[in-house]
Design a protein around this ligand. Structure first.
Ligand code: ADP
Ligand code: MG
Length: 275
């Protein structure tokens, strides 16, 4: 199949859900790798002090390595702290170190504290439209959020244009989403009117169970066309990949998890190509 066209300007996605363990990080790194494999240029911003996205994408993130913390707290340029993922061409990462855990508190006394990430992303010389920054631009920026609605996630919601919400296809899947969507409404009303919940992704989907099918149906009737047609199956290969500092896209490219993430990346790339 032909490669998807590039969007006319960088699309900035926030991958968020304040519930932990729903597949935010897994979806961020695998969709990012999928988009890059499709020939698009992608930047992942690791905004979780755990640094799991940085681990899966095989970039340095020991304490002391410059990354998201330095950009947010000290105003260091993202272009100075991003690293190329050694395994996937066209994929770059702003790593998170454990220092980022302190940022939530350190930022409280900073001026315009909720707009720090937006400022950093807007200032990136490879973020913007074709007219502004040319062919060298990133097509996608994906921000992997921590499992909370604190100041770090708020920075992402202010910086993003679109939201990708992973939802685990399990009992209580929709619980807690109300709080997330209320936060999104507050951010839209006060800080970032363009924020759009454009994409919902069902993760850890077990096609053999009626429960998963029921949850999927509930999510689809609640959100409609924002829900990607592709659901990501539960698969051991997906969960093994990070322990080899890999995405499943490089760890086992032919596996159902990798193929599903590639299909999800295609679906995302197919939207947003017309300005
Ligand atoms: P979050 O970032 O939302 O906390 P993660 O992406 O870290 O969630 O996923 C939580 C756990 O579930 C991790 O151990 C991950 O490897 C595992 N996991 C995620 N997606 C899948 C999947 N499709 N199949 C099997 N395990 C998965
Ligand atoms: Mg995570």
């Amino acid at each position: 199949r032909p490669a998807p066209p590039r969007p006319p300007a960088t699309r900035v996605f926030v991958v968020a859900n304040q519930k932990g363990g729903v597949g935010k990080t897994t979806s961020t790194v695998n969709i990012a790798a999928g988009l890059a494999q499709l020939g698009l240029r992608v930047l992942v911003v690791d905004l979780d002090p755990q640094g799991n996205a940085s681990t899966a994408l095989n970039v340095e993130h020991r304490r002391g390595v410059a990354g998201t913390y330095d950009a947010l707290v000290d105003g260091v340029a993202l272009a100075e702290v991003e690293q190329e993922c050694p395994d996937v061409e066209g994929l770059f990462v702003v790593p998170a170190t454990i220092d980022l855990a302190g940022a939530e508190i350190e930022l409280v006394s900073v001026v315009a504290r909720e707009g720090r990430l937006k400022k950093a992303i807007v200032a990136h010389p490879r973020v913007g439209s074709a007219d502004q920054v040319g062919d060298d631009r990133y097509d996608y920026v994906l921000i992997d959020c921590p499992p909370s609605l604190g100041l770090l996630t708020l920075n992402a919601l202010v910086a993003g244009q679109e939201m990708l919400i992973p939802i685990q296809a399990e009992y209580y899947a929709l619980e807690g989403l109300g709080q997330l969507l209320e936060t999104v409404e507050l951010v839209k009303a006060n800080l970032n009117p363009e924020l759009d919940v454009s994409t919902i992704l069902l993760t850890m989907y077990d096609a053999r169970t009626r429960l998963a099918a029921g949850v999927a149906e509930e999510v689809r009737s609640h959100f409609g066309p924002q829900v990607l047609r592709t659901a990501i199956p539960r698969s051991v290969r997906v969960s093994e990949a990070p322990s080899y500092a890999q995405t499943v896209m490089t760890y086992d490219p032919g596996s159902p998890g990798a193929l599903s993430y590639l299909e999800a990346a295609r679906e995302i790339a197919a939207t947003g190509v017309t300005p």
